[in-house]
Design a protein. Structure first.
Lengths: 315, 259
């Protein structure tokens, strides 16, 4: 099979809810066997995209093809090739793990459903819990069972909508391992996340959704080159100091939090720049009570992207 | 050949959905027990407490009220159907089903089939208790089959009506409102007292509402007397409620899930 074969293509995708435009022309493509991460803050429209791609929601405009089939006109064909693991666990609480899996096997008319059920239970470390009701499972176990149910039909594409939101760090790590092994086995993975580190860990392609469009896309490395190297958070003793510092540092990419009396400054990560900033404040008699250097977060990326766009507008 | 295969798949999907709903109901035995216990207690109350002071023109009051009690039992069960549909809609599992290569309405069909199974079991139990406290039908086999036929039609109709309630309600509590129709209507019919004994307005209502001909037709066939015109009216009501409810339920479901 051709490694670079395109499996998902999305062009000019649009969707509004009650007159509010959530997606304003989204474009991206995915190759077979890749892990694609769609990044975006809460309410950016990530789940809307997943719902349209998994045929749950009809788009207002644009074209979406999965495995060569149109999601609107050939929904049934698309559904034969995909599987969805949504944000909320899609399982029956009062049934056991084994019963949940067997039900899916039976709905898919699998000839060896019972055998596949045992396989999945063992792969996902749920054999001991197989006969317990799902209501007794931990959050991590639910996610694993949920994912196992999605894999019952051996789909070519699997959608994971925020697969690790609300999980403890250990369960999160287990989830990452599972996703990686799925991709190694040739499944194409489309995941959404709010966490930059998750995208970095897993994805070979990343797209950032902001304000209804894909603001940036590429490999994690490509994107990081566009990102600032770090943020410095300055903490002040008084509002006066904070306001003064804010006006002094206005030439930087900067944001302030009035409640916490803090200012965030995007820097290139160098010691020189940091000492420049502190010296500048010192010379003007603004006292800084403490500072912390933070690793780039999704917010920083957004801030950088939004600034870039504004500059483009101004020019 | 291909069509036959497709039919087989569709049936298997519906049966799996049905099995799922039966399993869900089995894990909630309290509700199932209430569906059976409430009408039985009511029957005992009517037979032993009010029975002696209600004149319905027949010697055996138990024989008279069994059809009404059964309809109430079906009414009680309908609340379980409405609640379970409503619960399903709120959970992620419905999205999983919708993203699978199966017919969208199979979820509803599964619920309906399971509801019919539940109803048959609880109704059989109610009839069993009725026999213990003096129910003595005189129907021959043919009339028994006729009564059971009417019963199945009524169960199907009420099941789809309760599915609508489950679909349109914002919560499980409001889904139970189906009970206002299915449990109250037997009281306002010839189920427990003769309509002649009611005040005029109520009598006009009860003589023209669907449950009266259904109850009359069932009672007549169980007691081996002529069903007169009631049988046809009963069948028309049941089929009418079923067809309209089915169409409306599927429409609402499609609109609801297609956001």
């Amino acid at each position: 099979m051709n490694q670079m074969e395109m499996i998902i293509s999305v062009s000019s995708l649009e969707k509004s809810f009650k007159g509010l435009k959530v997606l304003k022309g989204v474009d991206f493509t995915l190759n077979r066997g890749s892990i694609f991460a769609l990044l975006g803050s809460n309410g950016a429209g990530k789940t809307t995209i997943v719902n349209i791609l998994s045929t749950l929601l009809k788009p207002d405009g644009g074209k979406v093809k999965i495995c060569g089939y149109d999601v609107v006109r050939q929904g049934m064909k698309v559904r034969e090739h995909i599987s969805l693991t949504g944000q909320y666990a899609a399982l029956d609480e009062v049934l056991t793990g084994r019963e949940n899996l067997r039900m899916i096997a039976s709905l898919l008319h699998l000839p060896h459903g019972a055998q596949k059920t045992e396989e999945l239970l063992s792969n996902f470390d749920l054999l001991d819990a197989g006969d317990r009701r799902v209501s007794t499972y931990s959050g991590g176990m639910r996610r694993r069972l949920d994912l196992a149910m999605s894999l019952m039909g051996s789909p070519s594409v699997i959608f994971l909508d925020e697969p690790t939101t609300g999980l403890d760090p250990q369960s999160r790590f287990v989830m990452w391992k599972i996703v990686k092994s799925l991709a190694n086995a040739g499944t194409t993975i489309f995941l959404t996340t709010q966490y930059l580190d998750e995208a970095e860990q897993l994805a070979d392609h990343v797209a950032i959704l902001n304000d209804g469009i894909i603001a940036a896309k590429g490999t994690p490395d490509e994107l990081k080159k566009r990102m600032p190297n770090g943020t410095v958070e300055l903490v002040f003793n008084s509002e006066i100091d904070m306001e003064k510092a804010y006006s002094l540092l206005i030439e930087y990419q900067i944001s302030k939090n009035e409640e916490m009396l803090t200012i965030n400054i995007i820097t290139d990560g160098s010691v020189e720049q940091l000492s420049d900033i502190l010296n500048h404040l010192n010379r003007s008699d603004v006292s800084v009570s403490s500072f912390t250097q933070k690793l780039p977060t999704l917010e920083d990326v957004f801030l950088a992207l939004i600034d870039e766009k504004q500059e483009e507008c101004n020019q | 050949m291909k069509i036959a295969e497709r039919m087989k798949c569709a049936i298997q999907v519906s049966m799996t959905m049905c099995k799922r709903c039966v399993l869900l109901a089995m894990r909630n035995l309290d509700a199932l027990f209430a569906g059976f216990a409430q009408p039985v207690l009511l029957m005992i109350l009517f037979v032993y407490v009010f029975g002696s002071s209600i004149d319905v023109g027949v010697a055996n009051y138990t024989n008279y009220i069994v059809p009404g009690v059964i309809l109430q039992c079906i009414g009680q069960c309908s609340t379980i159907t409405a609640i379970s549909i409503n619960n399903d809609l709120k959970k992620g599992i419905i999205d999983r089903f919708r993203s699978m290569p199966i017919s969208k309405s199979s979820v509803l069909t599964g619920h309906a089939l399971a509801a019919i199974v539940r109803n048959i079991i609880t109704t059989a139990l109610v009839i069993g208790v009725a026999f213990l406290i003096g129910f003595r039908p005189t129907a021959n086999l043919e009339h028994w089959l006729l009564a059971i036929g009417i019963l199945l039609l009524y169960i199907t109709a009420i099941t789809w009506l309760s599915i609508i309630f489950g679909l349109i309600s914002s919560s499980a509590e409001s889904a139970q409102m189906i009970a206002v129709i299915t449990i109250m209507l037997p009281y306002l019919s010839s189920g427990f007292v003769k309509t002649e004994s009611m005040p005029t307005a109520l009598r006009v209502f009860s003589e023209n509402q669907p449950l009266t001909p259904i109850i009359e037709a069932m009672r007549s066939s169980l007691m081996n007397t002529s069903t007169d015109g009631n049988l046809l009216i009963a069948i028309l009501w049941c089929v009418g409620i079923f067809v309209i409810s089915y169409v409306v339920a599927v429409k609402i479901f499609e609109r609801k899930v297609a956001k």
